[in-house]
Each structure stands twice: as C-alpha cells, then as structure tokens.
Design a protein around this ligand. Structure first.
Ligand SMILES: Nc1ncnc2c1ncn2[C@@H]1O[C@H](COP(=O)(O)OP(=O)(O)OP(=O)(O)O)[C@@H](O)[C@H]1O
Ligand SMILES: CC(=O)N[C@H]1[C@@H]2OC[C@@H](O2)[C@@H](O)[C@@H]1O[C@H](C)C(=O)O
Length: 379
C-alpha cells in the first residue's frame, strides 16, 4: 500500500536519524496526518560498529574541503554508500524486531549524516542516497530535508521545532521550551499562540565525549558521574561563553566542531568534565536572552538528559522546572527519529517544515526530495 494518501488521512511513516554524536541509527514509527495528529509507535537504536564510526569521522574531516554539496571527494562516496546500506539494514532489523509489516509503511524520512554545515556559505551536506534506500527498502523515501531551506537563505537547522510544537500542543504550560542535547544542543521556544523560535544553543555532549575519549578512553561521561565529581573552572566557562555566537540574534545554527576543549586542557579529567558540562548547561540557559518570555517548562530530550550534572546545572539557572522528556510521556531517545517521520509526511503533503522563527527563511517553506523504488527488472 504505497499509493497516494488523501489529505487529512493518517500516514504510517518511519523516521531515520543519524545525529552528530555518530552513535548509530535511530529508527521510529509514527502515524500522523503531518499536522496535529501524532501517534507514536515503536522505536529502536542500531549502534554503529567502530569501522562505520571511523568511516564517518574521516568523512567529516574530508568534508571540510567541500566546495559544493554534490561533490563526493576522498572518503565521502564510500562513506555515503556504507551509511545508506547501514540504514537499510537498520530498517529491516527494525521490522524484524518489532514485527511491524514493512509493506504497511507509506514513507521513510531519511536524515542521513551531516558531514558539513556552513549555512553562511550556502552549504549543508547530509550524506545519504535516498534512491538507493528506496530500492533497498521498497518504500518511498524523503531525504535531503535541509537543502532547500539553505538554498532559500535559511540556516537549514533546526528542523525538529515544528514537531516539538505538535507534541506539546496539549500541555498546559506555555510558553514551553524543548531542548535537545545531542552532540550539539538546540532549543525550540513555543509561545502561547504557537509561535516558534528555535536555534542551536551551543555545545551538547560532543565536547564532553571528545574529552572523555581523549583522557580516559571512555565514549562518554555516563550519567555525568565524572562531571559530578569535578569542580567547575569559572574562568574557563566565562571564556567559553564569551564566544560571539551567544550574543548573535537567532536564527543561528552550529557545526559539530565550532567549539573545542582547548580552554579546559589544563584541568583534571573531573574538573574538565564539570567545566564542559557547565558550558553546555549555561549556554542553554543563555538562550533565554533571545526568548520573548520565560518558558514555564523545560523539556529535555537527547542523550544529554541522562547527564545529571548538565540537568542540575541547567535547573539552577532557569526559573521553571527542567524535566526529561519522559516526564511528559515523550521518548527522549527517539524524538528526532520521530521528527524525521513527521517531516517526511509534511514534505509529501507540501506543508511547511521551516519558518522565519526556526531557520530564518523569509516565508514558511516545505522541503525534501522524494525517491520512489524503481521497478524490479525481471530477466
Ligand atoms: N547514559 C548517558 N549518560 C550521559 N550522557 C549520555 C548517556 N547516553 C548518551 N549520552 C550522551 O548523549 C549523546 C548522544 O545523544 P543523542 O543520541 O541525542 O545525539 P545525536 O542525535 O547523535 O546528536 P544531535 O542531536 O546533535 O544530532 C552522546 O554524545 C552521549 O554523550
Ligand atoms: C546540520 C545538522 O545536522 N544539525 C543538527 C545538529 O544536531 C543538533 C543540532 O545540530 C540541530 O541543529 C540539528 O539537528 C536537529 C535534529 C534538527 O535539525 O532539529
């Protein structure tokens, strides 16, 4: 049942997200009309192995030399093919693990892997072969959802805000803030009338991950235990927060590698972790400087909600409650994958996915490319 679906009808969509932390493919099922109706289904994560992660790290390094978004220099072509195959495997594993019938899915929303994000130069590059994934999965695929926005002068990120609005439409608190703490952190502010303001706040966990890997060999600071045992170097945090990015008026977005751990290099593992956690939390709190009114609730999604140091430091600096997504019956691990399912349905229906308040485009606009499976050739 891959045919056309009339407006207003629910579609069954799969969302696929591979975020900046390079930890794996998040897969989620959603039933939605692309507007207010959102029925969240099952979700799973399929972690990358070391070889895939290394391929992506090399691709990100090589992407630094890209002049146009279509070029696939050095390791990029190999990484793009491997990434697409890994997503196809994740989809078939997902159908096996959840016993969902793949033929009942109307569309797949495919984020791909961001390897370069320089919207000021009109460039955002997500690896991912939509046509190949459509053929592997035998399902229509919507991909490249950021490109049209950047071509129209937008930031190309964040794209999840319109989904945040749908998810929070029934909550009594307004304005509400939804923060995703992944590799990078981003916030959506939703006003009483549904007005959206969204931007990347600063680092998420990427600096902390890099720090832990370099100092201890661990992939992350599990639960924020190391950061919780350290002392924040106030001067280093002050210097980190003196970066011009924080006073820039949104819309604005970041590349994973905009910030570095240089300013904490002289510290112990624990103090460095505490200082980086404080940098992330205070950069999020500083987002309030750009908001028209104080959010009455802060909902946190992404892996960073599991870092108790970041959560505590953020709660200390904002006026209202800071809660993990689960407190309001959302899933903080699958939210972005769900968003890509939602965005794919909006794309197919020609509904806007980006707005002046989210990416800075002049008018609300849709985006995304659609690839349908090609007919089987019978020899
Ligand atoms: N148990 C945990 N304790 C502390 N931190 C954690 C835990 N689990 C995951 N994280 C952090 O969460 C990050 C992954 O979060 P998430 O999967 O939301 O990011 P992402 O989607 O890849 O990134 P982005 O949203 O920036 O694209 C890792 O970098 C890791 O540091
Ligand atoms: C260019 C890019 O991939 N940006 C990501 C990244 O990861 C978090 C933050 O930076 C956000 O801007 C965005 O992802 C989310 C899912 C978004 O577009 O809403």
């Amino acid at each position: 049942m891959h045919g056309k679906v009339p407006m207003g009808k629910l579609m069954r969509a799969i969302g696929l997200m591979s975020g900046t932390s390079l930890d794996g493919v998040d897969v989620a099922l959603l039933e939605t009309d692309g507007e207010d109706i959102v029925r969240r289904g099952q979700a799973r994560t399929y972690p990358y192995d070391d070889a895939m992660r290394r391929l992506l790290i090399n691709a990100i390094a090589d992407a630094g030399g890209l002049k146009s978004r279509g070029d696939r220099i050095r390791s990029l072509a190999e990484a793009e093919r491997a990434l697409t195959e890994r997503h196809a495997v994740a989809v078939s594993q997902f159908f096996r693990d959840t016993e969902i019938d793949g033929a009942s899915v109307d569309v797949i929303g495919f984020h791909g892997q961001t390897v370069l994000h320089r919207p000021e130069a009109g460039l955002t590059v997500q690896l991912g072969l939509g046509g190949l994934l459509a053929n592997f999965t035998r399902c229509p695929v919507v991909y490249d959802l950021r490109a049209a926005d950047v071509d129209a002068g937008g930031q190309g990120a964040p794209l999840v805000p319109v989904y945040h609005r749908a998810l929070t439409s029934k909550l009594p608190q307004r304005p509400v803030a939804v923060v995703n703490i992944g590799g990078v952190a981003n916030v959506t502010w939703i006003g009483r009338d549904g007005h959206l303001l969204a931007f990347d706040t600063g680092p998420g966990n990427a600096l902390l991950d890099d720090w832990m890997a370099r100092k201890t060999g661990a992939a992350l600071d599990s639960g924020g235990a190391t950061a919780s045992n350290g002392t924040v170097d106030e001067e280093a945090v002050r210097l980190c927060l003196s970066h011009a990015y924080f006073t820039e008026t949104p819309p604005k977005s970041l590349d994973r590698n905009t910030f570095s751990t240089d300013l904490v290099d002289h510290l112990s593992v624990e103090d460095g972790a505490a200082t980086l956690a404080a940098f992330t939390a205070r950069a999020i709190a500083r987002a309030r400087e750009h908001m028209p009114a104080e959010p009455e609730l802060w909902i946190i999604s992404g892996g960073g909600r599991k870092n108790r140091a970041i959560m505590r430091m953020l709660a200390e600096r904002v006026q209202y409650a800071v809660v993990p997504a689960e407190t309001v019956e959302l899933d903080g691990d699958s939210l972005e994958a769900e968003a890509w399912a939602y965005l794919a349905v909006r794309s197919i229906r020609g509904l806007p996915i980006t707005y002046p308040g989210t990416t800075g485009v002049a008018e609300p606009m849709s985006g995304g490319l659609r690839a349908d499976p090609t007919a089987h050739v019978i020899n």
